[in-house]
Write a protein that binds this ligand. Structure first.
Ligand SMILES: NC(=O)c1ccc[n+]([C@@H]2O[C@H](COP(=O)([O-])OP(=O)(O)OC[C@H]3O[C@@H](n4cnc5c(N)ncnc54)[C@H](O)[C@@H]3O)[C@@H](O)[C@H]2O)c1
Length: 261
């Protein structure tokens, strides 16, 4: 049965960071539901049917403008923007990046803020601005439980036990927290222009992490497991579709109950 509430057929989406673990799930899942999907990413690779990849850097306004112009000429003004591109410190990050807060490098702080905050801001200006001009659209900004709450440093005790220091860095949390108010700001700013703006806050996604981490992490999740990447799609589909027509400025938390206790 097709359901008009969730019908996305023929609509146009932009997914930033769409070559990554979660972005690829959104791009494929939205395309399967009939959307034409433009992936804006600095990385390249294969994409499924109905998805087109554009080399675009979210920290560079002119690059976003060029990609948005190309999408608009081909398919029309997008109806959906998923601000998913993001930088976090990888597990093998240089020692100073996962060292004490007091010596966390300013350059790392700038790099993370540049992609996670300025990138979302610029994509909202360029793609969201075009949506407001067209009088309709939905923006989904992606945050993290580490933007809603502090990281639990105890989860990384196993890393410290292996030698050296390991502190989950500050910049990611600060950047993901900024997303929450970018959403609220724009939700009210564009409320009468037909553009809805919401946050999806995600918990840690299963990605073959070390067993010690998974054990410590899942012990803190009421549902007792990590998020599967495919489980993040439903929130995006809901916020993209008419099923959420009166939802703006909200934070849809997909965390297995992490923030509930
Ligand atoms: N994986 C998790 O556990 C988790 C949890 C909570 C929130 N999130 C958020 O979900 C989003 C996606 O995470 P992921 O795990 O799929 O990450 P990922 O590293 O797999 O993908 C991120 C993508 O962003 C792209 N990117 C980086 N800089 C860019 C730039 N300047 N311009 C355009 N694209 C750029 C990368 O090339 C990559 O394809 C991020 O915003 C992340 O903070 C992830």
């Amino acid at each position: 049965m097709s359901d008009a509430l969730f019908d996305l057929e023929g609509r146009v989406a932009v997914v930033t960071g769409g070559m990554g673990q979660l972005g690829a799930v959104y791009a494929a899942g939205l395309a399967e539901r009939g959307m034409r999907v433009a992936v804006f990413d600095v990385a390249s690779g294969d994409v499924p049917d109905r998805v087109r990849a554009y080399e675009a850097d979210v920290t560079d306004r002119s690059s976003l403008e060029e990609a948005t112009r190309a999408v608009t000429e081909e398919w029309g003004v997008p109806q959906l923007l998923v601000n998913n591109a993001g930088l976090d410190s990888p597990p093998d990050a240089p020692a100073e990046e996962v060292g004490p807060f007091e010596t966390y490098p300013e350059t790392s702080f700038d790099a993370v803020m540049d992609v996670n905050v300025k990138g979302a801001f610029l994509a909202c200006q360029v793609v969201g601005g075009a949506m407001a001009g067209a009088g309709r659209g939905s923006i989904v900004n992606v945050s993290s439980i580490y933007g809603l709450l502090s990281p639990v440093q105890d989860l990384y005790a196993f890393r410290r036990a292996q030698g050296g220091t390991f502190v989950k860095p500050v910049a990611y949390s600060v950047s993901k927290s900024a997303i929450l108010n970018l959403t609220r700001y724009l939700a009210t700013y564009w409320a009468k222009d037909g553009v809805r703006v919401n946050t999806v806050t995600l918990a840690g996604v299963w990605n073959d992490q070390p067993a010690e981490f998974v054990e410590a992490y899942t012990a803190r999740v009421p549902m007792g497991r990590m998020l599967q990447a495919e489980e993040a799609l439903g929130a995006v589909v809901f916020l993209a579709s008419d099923a959420s027509s009166y939802v703006t400025g909200a934070n849809l938390v997909v965390d297995g109950g992490w923030s509930a206790w």
